[in-house]
Structures are given as structure tokens and as C-alpha cells.
Design a protein around this ligand. Structure first.
Ligand code: MN
Ligand code: MN
Length: 264
């Protein structure tokens, strides 16, 4: 893959508990270009000197009513120009419009979803587009052929019914060893909710859920993944909750290694 756009998606009005994720894209960029580190990836690629990817703009999403449609249209336009997309959220509601656009080009799309939460609620607080609902919509609309969730540790009765109804594959934290040997036949989209990580590694999220993945474990899964990664998002970074910007550095690190995976 030699044309990737990193797209800022500063939206947090679909968050159920705390807002703040809309300031994440700018903070992740700041962390990426911070002089405390460099732009080399672990497979020895200098992103600072690599053509093949560009830092795109932040979308203007101030009109909440039209925001999801605007994200979908923008991603569709990039895909038509042969550019793949890494979306920087924003809350997790941004994944639905991105996948809606992707599925037109990739009707056989697989999704690997990292999260503490299944995000399969039919609705939350009367909002079907809540950040707790995107994967219910994605499965209802039959946008993907396979959804695998990793890191889950907040399953509820209702969401377990949704898992069974939609045939979602769930690798909970309790059974995280099953993640070894994961492989995909077709194109894969990675959706990374930073609360998949233990709050010890990533405190800058709205929903602290102990007992999660380490940063290294997520990197190992990405680096070892068997399948072609065609797009991704990093969501739910909430700079208001961060500790000395450490979670911003985690997001930037994941961005670098996602780029490495897609450019390889
Ligand atoms: Mn989550
Ligand atoms: Mn989520």
C-alpha cells in the first residue's frame, strides 16, 4: 500500500459519559512529531522520509447533525482517489461512517476491533449512533463479513445476545490467549479503542476499565497479524483525562506501527 491518509476526525458528541475526544487528533499529531522521539518504526522505516503516506487535515465536524454523513463522504472520496485511511478519533461513533464508505470498495471486509467494550448496544440513552453502538449498526447493515473483537471485559446480557445474533467472534481478556493464531483471508480494517489497554498504560480515556491489554501486546497483535490491513482508526483518546500526555504517546506509537504494517 503506498497511499495512506491520516485523517483527523474530531467528534465527541456521541460519547455517553465524558466529552473531550474531539481534541485528540491535534494531540496525537503533537505527540507523533514530539522531539522526545523519532519517526522510525520498529521495522526500520523512517516515516519522516517515506513517501506513501500523508498527514491529512482535521475534518470540520462542528455541525453535529451532518457529521457522520460528512465523514462517510470524505472517506469515500479518499478511497476513490486510491488513498487508504487511518482515522484519528474522536469517539468510537466515527467507525460506522468510515466502514460504510469502505464496504463499497471492499465488500468482503473483515474488522478486527480492539476494545474493553463490545459497543454492540442497540441504543444507548436514546442514541442509536452512540459510541456504544457502532458495531450493532455495522452488523445490522451487513457491512462486513467478519467481526472479531479483542480485549473485551465488560460484556452484558443484552450485548451477549447481540454477539449471538450477529455471529461476532469475541476474544475476551479472560481468554486472551486465543488471539494467537488469528488470521484473515480478505482485507482487514483495524479499529483500536484505546480503552482496550489497561488504564495503567493508557489513562487518557473516558472509561477506565482495569484488567486490559499492555501496549506491547497490542503492538504484537498488529505486527503479527496475518492479513492485508486496508484501513484503521484510533479512537477514544481523551486528552482531558491524560497523565503528562502518556496516552497521546501511546496513540502516536500505535499510529506509527499501523503505518508500518500498511506500508510493508
Ligand atoms: Mn471502549
Ligand atoms: Mn469503543
Amino acid at each position: 500500500m503506498n497511499n495512506i491518509t491520516v485523517l483527523g476526525v474530531p467528534l465527541d458528541h456521541n460519547s455517553s459519559y465524558k466529552r473531550g475526544a474531539s481534541s485528540a487528533p491535534a494531540k496525537i499529531r503533537e505527540a507523533l512529531y514530539c522531539d522526545s522521539s523519532n519517526l522510525w518504526t520498529e521495522d526500520l522505516r523512517d516515516l519522516g522520509a517515506s513517501p506513501g503516506w500523508q498527514m491529512g487535515p482535521d475534518l470540520d465536524l462542528l455541525d453535529e447533525e451532518s457529521a457522520l454523513n460528512l465523514i462517510e463522504a470524505e472517506v469515500e472520496q479518499l478511497l476513490q482517489k486510491d488513498s487508504h485511511v487511518i482515522g484519528l478519533g474522536g469517539d468510537h461513533s466515527i467507525t460506522l461512517p468510515i466502514i460504510r464508505a469502505y464496504t463499497r470498495l471492499y465488500p468482503q471486509l473483515n474488522v478486527l476491533h480492539f476494545d474493553a467494550h463490545p459497543d454492540l448496544y442497540h441504543e444507548l440513552d436514546g442514541n442509536q449512533y452512540s459510541h456504544a453502538c457502532p458495531f450493532a449498526r455495522i452488523m445490522e447493515e451487513k457491512l462486513v463479513v467478519r467481526l472479531v473483537q479483542v480485549g473485551i471485559r465488560t460484556m452484558t446480557g443484552h450485548q451477549k445476545e447481540q454477539v449471538d445474533r450477529f455471529g461476532v467472534e469475541v476474544i475476551t481478556m479472560k481468554d486472551i490467549g486465543r488471539v494467537r493464531g488469528l488470521s484473515f483471508d480478505g482485507p482487514v480494517y483495524l479499529s483500536i479503542d484505546l480503552d482496550c489497554l489497561d488504564p495503567a498504560f493508557a489513562p487518557g480515556v473516558s472509561h477506565h476499565e482495569p484488567g486490559g491489554l499492555s501496549t506491547r501486546a497490542v503492538l504484537e497483535i498488529i505486527q503479527g497479524l496475518k492479513g492485508v490491513v486496508v484501513g484503521a482508526d484510533i479512537v477514544e483518546y481523551n486528552p482531558d483525562r491524560d497523565n503528562n500526555g502518556v496516552t497521546g504517546m501511546v496513540a502516536a506509537k500505535l499510529l506509527k506501527e499501523l503505518l508500518a504494517k500498511m506500508l510493508a
